[in-house]
Design a protein around this ligand. Structure first.
Ligand code: N01
Length: 587
């Protein structure tokens, strides 16, 4: 028999822990369960009062934060191994970055089949329609994964973690969400991705703008019509390039405010057909094995060991052309091995790219702004974006490119943007201004370790972690796809599985050995930071003001935030595990 309850309830498991939030007016099973819930005084009011700890405080062995690729993989693996794991996410569905980034044109820049889970139960019965899928297809993919892996029963949405502190006495984290609930967990796994905190620049007068202002990473779920509007886009990173391409098709006028030209590479998008996708299945196991063992999470990115500046012009052009034709990141990391370490070779790659772009833009002044003779930074030291018709956009009558390096934005007026030289009237202002990458997701939480200091305070002068996995003073908190791991240089699903397996094996080890607490050692974390700086200094990466260096956020400590090379990284992680988790204290 079914009963109807009039208020929101928490669905209880047989041991009395709350499993799932049941929305208002939901139908729950049997009067017995209802009276049990009522006897626990977990009505909506009671639930809201759970900010304080009481006997009904929910307790988990592992709390996973973030329902993107890493978080989903952790839930999938840990549950199978008998861990009591729960997944919280601030949004209202699976997808992580693909849940939030639903602006027109948002699509992945890692080509299929690199960008998907390797589990057979997931790829079986799934066919992609595009080589670089868009956010709609990626959201459908996550719905498919949810269905196949039955994730929802242990996942709670609209659970934005705002506070977390570690209690030495019971060796448990207290995690508080924006809805007021506090839960306990022995382990916390942060799977928040590198782009959890959008960056909105401090533009004078921004709140005075009379039209609509939107950050690409907070695009309204119901959509936002750009057709017939005077649209302005600030920012020409990956988000900017993608939204600019779409806006150019429908906006009455499009004004692009460019501070630094994007070195955008040809995507070479194409449709994938069902027959072709099905035929590929037999080879997928090997593809995923190669992908997960590779140095960046791609099974098919090959590098020529020669130096670009040492081969003949003809040989070099052949390698460049071949990579260009393959599209995607092939031209970034799939040409010569010294492109990102040698200034001369790097310049040759830039010049090849520049010639490609110049040939596509009709107005020479605009072409020079988009692809200047002198590189704005070493090629590839800032993340290249992938484009389809980006450069043709600037041949259109309805599009204006404004160089805000020369002609900076002075203020935002109610009617639009005022630069030092002009006023641009707008109906819609799009901020494609990026993220407080790597660390922002952590520092926006009041996250306190054993000293009582917040992670924000501790990281003010720079990030120190042991292998990008754990932070001293923050026991039992393990980071996936976080700072000081390869993250930005690692294809997301590959990282979710490879780094994810390391974390799962670590938790198994702790359980088997009866270890209650794991904490990164200070000296190990300092040494890792030092190693990262040394590795970074061998490349051209530090020469660009990129989010890789934390340089896109005013006041943020400049440092190499991501490790270059996931295969070398995993060797280090595995060495630590094999030597009893060197660099960590276990007790
Ligand atoms: O952000 P960005 P993004 N005034 O930081 C400009 C991933 N991603 O969201 O270069 C004026 O790259 C800034 O100018 P400058 C991907 O890894 C992937 O585009 O600092 N302009 C820059 O042009 C990517 O790398 C996809 O001079 C200001 C732009 O805003 C990462 O996310 C899609 C400004 C920010 O570019 C971030 O990309 C989208 C100011 N005050 C994102 N502040 C895929 O394709 C900033 N800018 C999978």
């Amino acid at each position: 028999m079914k009963s109807r309850v009039k208020y929101g309830l928490n669905f209880l498991s047989s041991n009395g822990t709350v499993n799932r939030f049941v929305p208002l007016d939901a139908t729950v099973v049997t009067p017995a369960s209802v009276s049990y819930i009522q006897s626990k005084d977990l009505s909506r009011k009671g639930y809201a009062d759970m900010g304080q700890e009481n006997r009904d405080t929910r307790k988990f062995e592992v709390l996973i934060i973030g329902a993107g690729f890493s978080g989903v993989y952790q839930l999938y693996r840990l549950r199978k191994l008998g861990f009591d794991a729960k997944l919280f996410d601030a949004g209202n569905d699976f997808g992580g970055v693909w849940h939030w980034n639903c602006y027109p044109g948002a699509r992945v820049d890692s080509h299929i089949p690199n960008y998907e889970y390797s589990m057979e139960e997931v790829w079986h019965g799934w066919c992609w329609t595009e080589r670089f899928p868009g956010w709609e297809e990626l959201q459908r993919y996550f719905a498919h994964v949810d269905k196949k892996l039955d994730l929802r029963r242990d996942t709670e949405f609209q659970k934005r973690v705002t506070r977390a502190s570690f209690n030495e006495e019971d060796c448990q984290w207290r995690i508080t969400c924006a809805d007021g609930e506090t839960v306990k967990a022995q382990f916390v796994l942060t799977c928040m991705g590198f782009a959890a905190k959008p960056h909105t620049p401090n533009l004078q007068g921004l709140s005075n703008f009379a039209g609509a202002t939107v950050h690409t990473a907070r695009w309204p779920k119901q959509g936002l019509d750009m057709s017939g509007k005077r649209v302005g886009v600030i920012g020409t990173g990956a988000s900017g390039v993608q939204v600019i391409q779409e806006a150019s098709k429908v906006a009455a006028e499009l004004t692009v405010f460019q501070r630094t030209p994007m070195i955008a590479l040809a995507m070479q998008q194409r449709q994938l057909h069902e027959m072709e996708e099905k035929a590929k299945k037999s080879g997928l196991k090997e593809i995923f094995r190669l992908r997960n063992a590779s140095g960046g999470g791609f099974y098919d990115l090959e590098t020529d060991d020669r130096c670009a500046h040492e081969v003949s012009k003809q040989e070099r052009e052949e390698v460049f052309e071949k990579a260009w034709a393959k599209g995607g990141f092939h031209f970034w990391t799939g040409t010569f091995s010294d492109i990102i370490t040698n200034v001369e070779s790097n310049r040759l790659a830039y010049d090849f790219w520049r010639a490609k772009v110049q040939a596509r833009v009709q107005d020479p002044v605009t072409a020079e702004l988009l692809a200047p003779l002198s590189p704005p930074h070493p090629f590839g030291a800032k993340r290249p974006s992938l484009e389809q018709w980006y450069y043709e956009v600037f041949n259109q009558e309805n599009v204006t490119l404004v160089d805000i390096k020369k002609n900076p934005i002075a203020e935002i007026l109610p009617q639009g943007v005022r630069t030092s030289e002009d006023i641009y009237d707008l109906d819609l202002l799009i901020l494609a201004t990026g993220f407080d990458a790597g660390t922002g997701g952590f520092t926006q939480i009041d996250l306190r370790g054993t000293s009582g200091r917040t992670l924000k305070e501790i990281w003010q002068d720079g990030v120190d972690t042991q292998l990008g996995l754990a932070v001293p003073e923050f026991p039992n908190l393990l980071m996936l796809y976080g700072p000081q791991s390869p993250t930005a240089f690692w294809n997301g699903p590959a990282s979710a599985e490879v780094q994810g397996d390391w974390v799962v094996n670590c938790l198994i080890h702790l359980r088997n050995k009866g270890v209650k607490r794991i904490e990164a050692k200070h000296e190990a974390a300092k040494a890792w930071t030092q190693h990262m700086e040394e590795m970074g200094a061998k490349t051209l990466m530090p020469l660009a003001d990129s989010w890789y260096m934390g340089a896109n956020i005013p006041g943020k400590q400049r440092q190499m935030l991501f490790y270059m090379g996931s295969a070398a990284y995993m060797v280090r992680c595995n060495e630590s595990a094999e030597t009893g988790y060197a660099g960590f204290e276990l007790r």
